[in-house]
Design a protein around this ligand. Structure first.
Ligand code: G3P
Ligand code: CA
Length: 324
């Protein structure tokens, strides 16, 4: 299901010609404004309170399915607040995914939260890349885990998307964090695939060394990776990614000490009642990957907290229009 939502390489190629003019302008924009951090759209609940870093807070949720007696959490949407916009792999509909330019486009478009995927190189350096291989999104070939950092640093991660992005690099996690720290924004960091304890420890080390522990939210499909993260860095909030629903999401959320249950739109649609159950337990619900106003509207009405989207600027504009 996850890969089914990826932009197909073939359709990408068909769209590339049409995107070149837009991409040229966007790439120019992203590289022209490297000094001053841009203004951000009004921050939704989790953004405003992310600095608290813990799972306790004062926000109350207004979701239609949530009832009285909610556990307090900073990650749930407040009454009247817009959906939290989470830019999936950056602004991946307008720039090459999981790159600093994609993050910059999302930032310039008003997104505060950026979602990226992290995996280790052969020599153990965490890099920002979604696929298990570099084939689709760079000019190289092979599994990311089989390539050294020197090899990964030499790859072009932009030309596949559009010629205007030629020379864009695959960022290390450290570079990604440094960019967010200096340029602005917060990171929903997906630990992609199975990671060892030592590999998770290296991710935690990078987050701490970059002074970003209060601006990072970790998510993963991989339960052991979440357990390792919690053991190594209990200050980092955790989200469990799911493409199908667990029998008892609340029980699992309590067991893993989750701040959020991050579920696919298709899976959530099979049992939207879990939103109220999770909220009652103090667990936020973020939904991926949703790019249409029809679904944004439906999910907002259901009371979800955040939406992970390839179209963050559009979602931010749509959401602002709903709350006027
Ligand atoms: O953030 C949710 C989403 O990114 C999970 O799926 O395949 O895009 O990493 P995927
Ligand atoms: Ca992801």
């Amino acid at each position: 299901m996850r890969d089914a939502q990826l932009p197909a390489a073939r359709s990408r190629r068909r769209r590339t010609a049409g995107l070149v003019a837009v991409a040229t302008a966007v790439a120019g924009l992203a590289t022209a404004f490297v000094v001053a951090a841009p203004p951000s759209r009004s921050a939704p609940g989790p953004v405003a309170e992310a600095g608290t870093s813990g799972k306790a807070g004062t926000a109350a949720h207004s979701g239609t399915s949530a009832g009285a007696g909610l556990a307090a959490t900073p990650w749930m949407r407040r009454a009247g607040a817009p959906l939290t916009v989470i830019a999936h792999r950056g602004a991946s509909s307008a720039a090459p995914e999981n790159t600093l330019v994609s993050d910059e486009v999302a930032r310039r478009g008003g997104a505060v939260w950026i979602e990226n995927d992290v995996q280790p190189s052969k020599d153990g350096v965490p890099y920002i890349l979604h696929d298990t291989t570099v084939d689709r999104t760079t000019d190289g070939t092979g599994p990311v885990r089989s390539l050294t950092s020197a090899q990964l640093n030499a790859l072009d991660a932009g030309s596949w998307f559009a010629p205007a992005y030629a020379g864009t690099r695959v960022p290390t996690l450290a570079a990604q964090l440094a960019d967010l720290r200096t340029r602005g924004g917060k990171l929903l960091l997906e630990i992609k695939g199975r990671h060892s304890h030592a590999e998770v420890a290296r991710i935690v080390r990078d987050v701490r060394e970059q002074g970003m522990a209060d601006r990072v939210f970790v998510q993963s499909f991989d339960v052991p990776s979440l357990r390792y993260t919690h053991e190594l860095a209990p200050e980092l909030p955790l989200g469990l990614l799911r493409s199908t629903l667990d029998a008892d999401p609340v029980a699992l959320a309590k067991e893993l000490d989750l701040a959020a249950y991050n579920v696919s739109d298709a899976a959530l649609s099979t049992r939207p009642g879990i939103i109220g159950d999770l909220h009652a337990a103090g667990v936020a619900v973020n939904v991926w990957t949703v790019d249409t106003p029809a679904r944004w509207k439906a999910l907002s009405a259901l009371g979800v907290d955040g939406v992970i989207t390839n179209r963050p600027t559009e979602l931010g504009g749509w959401s602002a229009g709903q709350t006027r």
